[in-house]
Design a protein around this ligand. Structure first.
Ligand SMILES: Cc1cc2nc3c(=O)[nH]c(=O)nc-3n(C[C@H](O)[C@H](O)[C@H](O)COP(=O)(O)O)c2cc1C
Length: 305
């Protein structure tokens, strides 16, 4: 019997637990040339903002040991073009579409979510809280009270599930997770990138024009697993695990630590067909162990006393 890879997040069925991570496959167009997007459980689109953005000047990507640094600066087409051009492109695929949104004021998130309310193709929104809030002088992702307020404000206008994406750049991620749950988040996704830096030893300049960037890829997987494990014990809502996933074993680890689905980011740059291979290998892993579905693995890690 073929094992069942389908999962359910906030009452929404996903054909399988593999989603692509925001910012690593644009709006799906490039990836659609490589494989049929209907094979994915879901696609999380590049963060969109109210207005189009060019992002930071290059270089905005640098290599790091077992990963990469990026400071793209939220380059995106803006919500109007996204709704007119990018979302309709995804209509023909049998996959879930999660629209990632961000802003500099709490109202930006609300306005964006309100614009997406009538777009039925936007199955869910994912709130990228890792950008500076100009009203408060800090990232929403780093302040529990702000995060709770922002989630609650979006929930008032958006009728479908809302995912809060958590940053690892905090003292206690469980505190932020609980705040998002209290604000009404239907699910959490974690982790976003870790702040990192690389310096050119000839010029003495950082390798990114933004000086610092976000570290992603296999280097961050252990950090992400520990955070998913911690958050799983702190909240009831489902967790989507993200961070350095490169093969099926990584997916199983995230499930065991508490994930109900996963997102794949940096690995797509190394091997764009990685999600397809991972799904094939996941089925093999499950059937070899007589497991009927992947859902039963969530949170099954055994810990030492
Ligand atoms: C080039 C690049 C661009 C990214 N852009 C976004 C973005 O626009 N919004 C967002 O929420 N996360 C963004 N991320 C973070 C990823 O979605 C993901 O959380 C992170 O890279 C960790 O997963 P990974 O190790 O599998 O890449 C970006 C990551 C990379 C590498």
């Amino acid at each position: 019997m073929t094992p069942d890879l389908s999962v359910e997040i906030a009452g929404t069925k996903f054909n399988n637990p593999i989603l692509t991570a925001s910012g690593t496959c644009g709006y799906g167009e490039e990836l659609a040339d490589v494989f049929n997007l209907s094979e994915l459980g879901g696609i999380v689109t590049k963060t969109i903002t109210l207005m189009p953005r060019a992002g930071h000047p290059p270089p905005r990507i640098a290599e790091a040991s077992a990963g990469m640094l990026n400071a793209i600066g939220l380059a995106n087409v803006g919500v109007d073009r996204f709704i007119e051009e990018k979302l309709p492109f995804l209509e023909k695929y049998d996959t879930r579409v999660v629209v990632n949104i961000a802003g500099w004021r709490m109202k930006d998130y609300v306005d964006l979510a309100a614009r997406l309310t009538d777009c039925q193709r936007a199955d869910m929104v994912e709130l990228n809280f890792s950008c500076p809030n100009v009203e408060m002088g800090m990232e929403i992702a780093t302040n529990a009270a702000l995060a709770e307020k922002a989630v609650a404000a979006v929930k008032k206008v958006f009728p479908r599930p809302v995912i809060a994406k958590l940053s690892p750049n905090v003292t206690d991620i469980a505190e932020i997770a609980r705040a998002c749950e209290a604000g009404g988040a239907d699910a959490l996704s974690l982790i976003n990138t870790l702040v990192g830096m690389a310096v050119d030893i000839e010029t003495y300049y950082p390798r990114l024009t933004n000086n610092t960037g976000g570290l992603s890829g296999p280097a961050i997987k252990p950090v992400a697993l520990a955070m998913v494990h911690k958050v799983y014990q702190a909240v009831e809502i489902p967790i989507i695990g993200i961070g350095g996933i490169a093969d099926y074993g990584d997916v199983i680890e995230f499930f065991l630590c508490g994930a109900a689905a996963v997102q794949i980011g940096t690995s797509l740059f190394v091997e764009p067909t990685a999600p397809i291979k991972i799904m094939k290998d996941l089925k093999k892993y499950l059937s070899e162990r007589g497991l009927r579905n992947i859902r039963e693995l969530t949170g099954q890690v055994r810990t030492y006393q």
